[in-house]
Design a protein around this ligand. Sequence first.
Ligand code: WT7
Length: 635
Amino acid sequence: MSNYHIKHLEEYFQVYRKSVRNPENFWEEIAEEHFLWRKKWDTVLSWDFKKPEVKWFEGAKLNITENCLDRHLATRGDKTAILFEPNDPKEDTQHITYTQLYQRVNKFANVLKSQGVEKGDRVCIYLPMIPELAVSLLACARIGAIHSVVFAGFSANALATRINDSDCKVVITSDGSYRGAKTIDLKKIVDDALEDCPGVKTVLVAKRIQSEINMKDGRDQWLQPLLDEASEEGTATVMDAEDPLFILYTSGSTGTPKGMVHTIAGYMIYTAYTFKNVFQYRENDVYWCTADIGWITGHSYIVYGPLANGATTVMFEGVPSYPDYGRFWDIVEKHKVTQFYTAPTAIRALAKEGVEHVEQHDLSSLKVLGTVGEPINEEAWHWYDDNIGKKNAPIVDTWWQTETGGIMITPIPYATPTKPTYATLPFIGIQPALMDENAQEIKGNQADGRLCIKFPWPGMARTIWGNHQRYKDTYFSAYENMYFSGDGALRDEVGYYRITGRVDDVIIVSGHNLGTAPIEDAVNEHPAVAESAIVGFPHDVKGNALYGYVILKETGESRKHDNLRKEINQIITEQIGPIAKLDKIQFTNGLPKTRSGKIMRRILRKIAGKDTSNLGDTSTLLNPECVQDIIDNAL
Ligand code: WT7
């Protein structure tokens, strides 16, 4: 028990040292003391970053839902597990107790079974933030099916790509969703996607917005009547520690999205242990993470981490601006939220609306504030600290990734002194390294390099679905025997880390990870477009926004540029989703290229960011003359 809750900085250093001196012993102790196993492991860890292959707790048998549900029934049966706050504040909050959640998960699991879903099958979940979303993840896990959640803001095309990549045979969706004052016809998007997904035999539809939808005979079924018929009893399927728990797609700098595969035991231990320590969760706390379960943050820190700890986790369906910009603070006050975890982009958007919305609410319940998803700028950090935490609730700036499964670099609240814009120190068991251009590790403090991890941790993704080679190439090939994160970081004089941002062609827009290649592919589909290059540029709310440089085909026809811009963004919305729309589109006659034909994005990034004072050496370009022309016409 002693090392589950870190209380002061000295204790952090002690536990940290222990965890890296003998990681196997350290994680074994955590696994022994805090989880329910059907059978214990034969080996704690075996690993080889060259292959790469990582296995934790091999030989162990368990079901993650017994850890998230069954074992709490005796002591926390009537405690609220999920506190559902609907989009419309006039609609009632739902308090789903551990007993009720257990029953709902069993019912749902029995429905999946009756639809022929078996252990190892992939189930695609495309749902808004309603209780069925959390229940469906757990129902899959209960019977050993692998869930693949697709964020319900993705387009039909993006959904189809993900369904096909992992051969999902069932899709769980809803008639529609609420988003502030709007409704979205999700089922229609699924129908469009499934035109290209011959492998999907069953679609289960939850009712949320009561809209008229099309139900395809023999394929689509309403969920509720099936649930009504199903038994609320059910035994969990016994799983191996290294069986896949889920697939979650993340953008790569090139190519199709990568289906990151997380396995059961290691992911469970890591999300539970990080949750407890990073948020200093206590028994009667009310914890709220504002992310969508469609992203890893929601998987790890709305569903699995909190429930493994028997916590009360808030699930919010709506948006921060509806019915007004005080909604977040209204919810904090209403439910006396103790831990609040959000993204810098949300903080910046709310800060812009002024403190009046904050001041009307009593936020004195808050003990810990968290941020995740992108670097937090100094101004936003202070706004959060001053106005939300009133300098009384430490901010945990948590760095991690879809690939890492859980939080990797973070302060421990009330133990690690915070520093604005710094994620501070590695979490227990995490061994970061900074690498220089010559692939050498930079030792000592006051260093700046590429952020890698030297040793496996239980929560790391094990492979990319259907493409282990790509997993190796992307994460384990840049530096020998290291996991490469794709981020740059600096280490200050006391060893605190500050994440400086992506060093590859991934751009983080409003906390969403976007690859440039798929957006360029979408832009290039426009019949008038010959070539394009997408870069990020600083944006005061989104962190980064997208800037597209577009070369048009010479058709002799002169089209209105504004119309073209709209059409291009329309294609992007269809191919990927509205989050990938371009803020600025500059039409140009040339793009700066190296002699080997590679677009010099570094130059384009600087121009988009209005930083043309030092463009570096352009003389080696194939076509240096285009640079001045691009600068002269920049938006
Ligand atoms: C990328 C991973 C992990 C949950 C949400 C995003 C950036 C994440 C921070 C932070 C600076 C951060 C990194 C990372 N990022 N957290 N606290 N400070 N940057 O997951 O979609 O897999 O994106 O988000 O660039 O590589 P993701």
